[in-house]
Design a protein around this ligand. Sequence first.
Ligand code: ATP
Length: 202
Amino acid sequence: MKIKRLDIFGFKSFVDKVSIEFETGITGIVGPNGCGKSNILDAIRWVMGEQNVRHLRGRMMEDVIFGGSETRKPTGLAEVSVIFDNSDGNCPAAYKDFAEIMVTRKLYRSGDSDYLINKTPCRLLDINELFMDTGVGARAYSIIEQGKVGALVSAKPEERRSLIEEVAGVTKYKSRKKSALRKMDATRQNLIRLGDIISEVR
Ligand code: ATP
């Protein structure tokens, strides 16, 4: 899955709508200090489901909404869409027939948020599942930031293993196994409670 375009509106320093096209090959983003280069990376990470605001260099999630400047009022909404080229079909079966996949995340100052895939509202879980094992995602290896290579070299074996599992495509199954085990555990607890109730009413 290759990123084709990124649309940013009201996110951090991007008060007006900005579209960034990623052509085939290398795209370089250059500009003076503080002009918003890292905010573009934050926008990509955010739209792909990042929940930890510290990974977006903020204190509260509201910090991602344009907070105003000398000449512009704060916006009430941050909205980022990322458009993937899906011609390689390297995505979950449900999206195989789409030539492009658009993932959108919105956050209102009220705290309400929306997630959309191809303009259809969805859950954060759907977005996480869409990216699982594709190498793309909020924490995936597609984003290699300063210090990441060094961190990988000095990582604990288990941490390094989780990256290899993502590359090998087993993360999705591990995540589903974890959620199935959680459901089995909840069912087991319900059965115990049911047993107690039955013995009480007998
Ligand atoms: P450097 O080259 O120094 O690393 P950069 O180009 O990567 O800089 P960023 O860190 O992306 O710059 O952007 C920093 C700018 O974004 C600052 O001017 C900061 O005020 C602005 N900014 C961050 N969050 C918001 C927000 N919520 N509202 C308005 N402006 C914001």
